[in-house]
Design a protein around this ligand. Structure first.
Ligand SMILES: N[C@@H](CCC(=O)N[C@@H](CS)C(=O)NCC(=O)O)C(=O)O
Length: 306
């Protein structure tokens, strides 16, 4: 029971859609914990130590923050079918570019045009989350710019499939497809299948149907309390690993702070357990769950001495 895959997420979250499709691509069974869309999220932050973003993956007493790392961990534990049909490197870079570039305009368009779909307190929460003032009039004024940006990047995606391939890197779907798809999914969810500026890209529309058809695997509901009980009952499976090539000589046992470098910059403090090129793991204790290990990717996170 303690090795069940638990995804902490909410249905309207684009980054979570990437992971849900990843679970589907691998044909996995998983437990779904619905977390609040805005702060506070006490049961989530008991697990993460303060990290508030969505989604978070839990397996026993190991907590994986950020969808970049979540996908890598799913690949490590369940390598087949793989997320990398054309190898790593290019797929990771493509995924990083696509979602970093298209998530923000896609949600900006939806927030400006569909204020009715936002829960109470949402814009105030996201202003704190992003560290920027969110003004509905400025959001409306920015719409032409957001459409232009999205259209330019969608065009590049569209060109990748100009030779008639089914997916971005060939005949099979992989990480790059799921990462490029989730901002498009968000637009389609809010404005229909041919949402502007997508409507002009017929190839992308049929690609999006193929990606959506992957589905979400075998999803079962779980309460946040049950997920905390799983963490309490489990022991982390992470062993101590020193990074001999760490640029500043960080060592297991040191106390460090790990903080996202873009939005939701809530610092998490703990004892370094393992680190390497792709991942850093810190150990911390919480009265609700005991000792747990929290895992973060390296790209996009600042690690400082605590
Ligand atoms: N780099 C992060 C980005 C995650 C992200 O920004 N998620 C959005 C929702 S899709 C979020 O956290 N919004 C604020 C919240 O849910 O509290 C990842 O890949 O997981």
């Amino acid at each position: 029971m303690t090795d069940i895959i638990i995804l902490h997420h909410y249905d309207t979250s684009p980054y979570s859609e990437k992971v849900r499709l990843g679970l589907g691509l691998k044909g996995l069974a998983w437990a779904s914990v619905e977390i609040p869309v805005i702060m506070p999220k006490p049961d989530l932050t008991a697990l993460t130590g303060g990290y508030r973003k969505t989604p978070v993956l839990q397996i026993g007493a190991d907590i994986y923050c950020d969808s970049q790392l979540i996908m890598r961990e799913l690949e490590r534990r369940h390598p087949s079918p793989g997320f990398y049909p054309a190898g790593r490197g290019a797929a990771d870079a493509l995924a990083w570019w696509a979602e970093k570039t298209m998530f923000s305009p896609a949600v900006g368009i939806a927030f400006a045009k569909r204020p009715d779909a936002l829960p109470d307190g949402f814009l105030e929460d996201r202003a704190k989350f992003s560290g920027r003032n969110i003004d509905p009039a400025a959001m409306m004024a920015a719409l032409p710019y957001l459409f232009d940006q999205l259209r330019a990047h969608l065009h590049w995606l569209d060109q990748m499939m100009a030779d008639g391939r089914s997916f971005l890197q060939g005949a099979e779907a992989g990480l790059a497809d799921l990462a490029a798809y989730h901002p498009i999914w968000f637009l389609q969810r809010n404005f229909g299948p041919a949402a502007a500026p997508l409507g002009g890209f017929a190839r992308l529309l049929s690609w999006a149907e193929r990606v959506a058809a992957i589905g979400h695997g075998d999803r079962r509901p779980m309460t946040s309390q049950a997920a905390l009980a799983v963490a309490s009952a489990a022991t982390s499976s992470t062993g101590t690993v020193a990074d001999r090539d760490d640029p500043i000589g960080r060592q297991p046992g040191q106390r460090v702070t790990v903080t996202p470098d873009d939005t939701g910059r809530d610092p998490v403090v703990g004892e370094l357990v393992a680190s390497g090129l792709d991942e850093i793991v810190i150990k911390r204790s919480d009265p609700a769950v005991g000792e747990i290990c929290v895992h973060f990717p390296r790209a996009g996170f600042a690690v400082t001495q605590a």
